[in-house]
Ligand binder design. Structure first.
Ligand code: ATP
Ligand code: MG
Ligand code: FE
Length: 354
């Protein structure tokens, strides 16, 4: 199956083509990502109106480039998949409308993909991972622990009660003058920092359940910066970054440990799998902490390659392929949605698959 995937929910304009032919395994035939970092950098964060306009300016060209690289025409496709939410609504509409136009013109089915389902299923594009698996989804807008039971079947064990984890990275980095986006910059600084010099809180640590909270940590970073005043030199910045990362690592390991204790291990004695997805999964320190945790809990750890952890079109094409294989396609009047939780109890899909 040849699927075109379109992603425009935030500040990456992306188009990719995935060949989901079995049993040869899935292949990414083209994967084009245009990051709008330069457009948003002067504002220190993503400006929705600028993002939507940039998607309009670049998307058609990126799709043409992806089709070209794959050596395909629209007539060759089996389906067109696009992010239909959650995200910045202007951008989501640009991508979804483009997908609808291609689907209508070429007479192909449309698959409306939940962006989070894209992150959640990506590990199956790059690895042989069977359902069910435990998922830690850590991105710019989300921090969740879910059991992925199957395509479209998610059970949420925990979520953040305030800021998302990537948001905590980005806001802390901004306060430290590290620019935008903050996550990678904060990680680089932390590598040369002493995590023991400043004491930062570990919100929710030791509490029941698997929910997260990061706003207290962000506030503590701000207070530490204010207290230091003029003494906030380069080394102090590095030390705050290192302390921040360790605090995040402690919290994530604690929450995941609780989640792991609530899910049953496979009856056949197979090692269960922990999948990590979303942009923050690119963080090397966090990866190490998760590898340690997986080892201690006798879990298999699966983290997609870095390029597929941050937003991209291949994850949307792949989620589209999985939905198509399950017989789930969507009508051409499928709505774009700013908010769209993964677990159906929180909010059902607007239409059942047809
Ligand atoms: P969502 O998927 O929740 O809608 P998003 O699409 O903006 O949000 P992603 O693109 O998946 O999020 O991830 C972006 C986030 O990942 C940003 O917050 C960024 O700072 C963070 N990030 C990227 N690399 C790193 C890193 N090395 N360390 C920490 N955070 C990182
Ligand atoms: Mg992004
Ligand atoms: Fe994302």
């Amino acid at each position: 199956m040849l699927i075109l995937g379109i992603e425009t929910s935030c500040d990456e304009t992306a188009a990719a083509i995935v060949d989901s032919a079995r049993p040869a395994g899935a292949r990414v035939l083209a994967d084009v990502v245009l990051s709008q970092l330069d457009e948003h950098r002067p504002y220190g964060g993503v400006v929705p109106e600028i993002a939507a306009r940039a998607h309009i300016d670049h998307l058609d060209r990126l799709i043409a480039q992806a089709m070209d690289e794959a050596g395909l025409t629209f007539a060759d496709l089996d389906a067109v998949a696009a992010t239909a939410g959650p995200g910045l609504i202007g951008g989501v509409i640009v991508g979804l409308m483009t997908a609808k136009a291609i689907a209508a013109a070429a007479g192909k089915p449309l698959v409306a993909v939940n962006h989070l389902e894209g992150h959640a299923l990506t590990a199956r594009l790059t690895g042989d991972i069977a359902f069910p698996y435990l998922l830690l989804l850590v991105s710019g807008g989300h921090s969740q622990i879910l059991v992925v039971e199957g395509v479209g079947r998610y059970r949420r064990l925990g979520t953040t009660i305030d800021d998302a984890i990537g948001e905590a990275f980005d806001k802390s980095a901004k306060m430290l003058g590290l620019g935008y986006p903050g996550g990678p910059a904060l990680e680089a600084m932390a590598r040369q920092g002493d995590p023991g010099r400043y004491d930062l809180p570990r919100p929710m640590l030791g509490r029941d359940g698997a929910d997260f909270s990061f706003s207290g940590l962000k506030t503590a970073v701000r207070q530490t910066i204010e207290r230091l005043g003029e003494a906030l030199d380069e080394q102090a910045r590095r030390d705050i970054c290192a302390a921040f990362q360790v605090a995040v690592g402690d919290v994530v390991a604690d929450r995941l440990g609780n989640a792991i204790r609530t899910v049953a291990r496979p009856a056949d004695g197979r090692r269960p799998t922990l999948v990590v997805a979303g942009g923050v999964a690119a963080n090397g320190y966090l990866r190490q902490r998760l590898a340690d945790l997986a080892g201690a809990e006798d879990y298999e750890l699966a983290i997609p390659p870095q390029r597929l952890c941050t937003d991209n079109g291949a994850m949307i094409a792949w989620a589209g392929a999985e939905r198509l294989a399950a017989g789930l396609t969507d009508p051409l009047d499928y709505p774009a949605r700013a908010r769209w939780p993964l677990d159906p109890e929180a909010e059902p899909r607007p239409f059942a698959g047809v």
